[in-house]
Every structure is written in structure tokens, then in C-alpha cells.
Ligand binder design. Structure first.
Ligand code: IMP
Length: 171
């Protein structure tokens, strides 16, 4: 059942404005490539990049989790790879939410193997209390408590991604 709004669409708007400004200030002398982590990134990536006045290249990567019994070789399976050549480029990795940090750590490894000049993480939400692996989130919308949230790209079993606000999902 859908619960209370945790981040409203108005609050998201304000975060997008701030993040777009912070990112543009960071672009000086760079050739930015935004790589969205599917599918949760879609609303965030499109709304964010529409607020950026300079040109950025866009690409996508999709991974799926192995589930509970992971092997030591990694926690995610590559479902859709990037197609842009990121060698010597400045990559901005666009994530909906950083929870344990496991997904992002593995995605960063996959991208680092293509020798970009830099990789920085841009995340709308972060649940720092849940972190198992430390990840540096260079550009962040906001931290939230340890709640399961849906909407604005975030899903529960593929449902609720299209909702404009971010809400708690209750049992
Ligand atoms: P991590 O690997 O634990 O950091 O998890 C990252 C991924 O788990 C995110 O990209 C989301 O797809 C999913 N996730 C984590 N927390 C939530 C949540 O509260 N709602 C929906 N999806 C979540």
C-alpha cells in the first residue's frame, strides 16, 4: 500500500534545479557523458539534463542483481551495455538511489574497465544508514531514512515508477 510522500514533486523540482547548476559548474574543460543506470534513472536523467544548457552525451547501462546468493566475483549481471566510447571522457553516472552501494560499486568497475578520464556519481536519493560499501556520491539530491520508497522511477516489482512523488511503500 502506498504511504506518505517522502519527497514531493516540488522538492524534486528544486533538487533538479540545484543539481543542474552544480553539474554545469563542474563541466569546465570537460566532455561530459551521462550514463543512466536503467530503469530507475529515466525520469531523473531526462528531467535533469533538460535543465542543463550545454551539450551532454547520453547513454544507458542496465544490470540485474544476482540475488541473495552472490558469487565473490561480483553482485550484478550486465543486461545492457553502454554503446558510447567513454575512453578519456568525463563520465557522470546517474542513479535513482544508492542503498547498500553494491550495485553502484559494480557498475563503476564495469565503466572503469573502459578507461574514462573520470567517473562521478549523481544520485537523486541516498540511504546512508544502509551502506555496506562506501561510495562517493559527488552530486546528491537528498538523503532519506531507511524506508522502501517508490515513484519517480523507483519501483516495487516494476510497479509505481510513473508516480510523480516519492512515497513510502507500506506492507
Ligand atoms: P544497492 O545495490 O543496494 O545500492 O541498491 C541499488 C538499487 O536497489 C537501486 O538502483 C534500486 O533499483 C534498488 N533500491 C534500493 N532501495 C530502493 C527503494 O527504496 N525503492 C526502490 N528501489 C530501491
Amino acid at each position: 500500500m502506498l504511504g506518505q510522500i517522502v519527497v514531493s514533486s516540488e522538492e524534486i523540482e528544486a533538487m533538479l534545479e540545484r543539481l543542474a547548476e552544480e553539474l554545469e559548474a563542474d563541466f569546465e574543460g570537460k566532455a561530459p557523458v551521462f550514463i543512466g543506470v536503467l530503469k530507475g534513472c529515466v525520469f531523473f536523467l531526462t528531467d535533469l539534463t533538460r535543465r542543463i544548457r550545454s551539450s551532454v552525451e547520453l547513454d544507458f547501462i542496465q544490470v540485474s542483481s544476482y540475488g541473495a546468493s552472490t558469487t565473490s566475483s561480483g553482485s550484478v549481471v550486465l543486461v545492457k551495455d553502454i554503446t558510447v566510447d567513454v575512453r578519456d571522457r568525463d563520465v557522470y553516472l546517474i542513479e535513482d538511489i544508492v542503498d547498500t552501494g553494491i550495485t553502484l560499486t559494480d557498475v563503476i568497475k564495469l565503466i572503469e574497465a573502459r578507461h574514462p578520464k573520470s567517473i562521478q556519481v549523481v544520485a537523486l536519493l541516498s540511504k546512508p544508514s544502509r551502506r555496506k560499501i562506501e561510495v562517493d556520491v559527488a552530486f546528491l539530491g537528498t538523503e532519506i531514512d531507511d524506508l522502501f520508497v517508490v515513484g519517480y522511477g523507483l519501483d516495487y516489482a516494476e510497479a509505481y515508477r510513473n508516480l510523480p512523488d516519492i512515497r513510502v511503500l507500506e506492507e
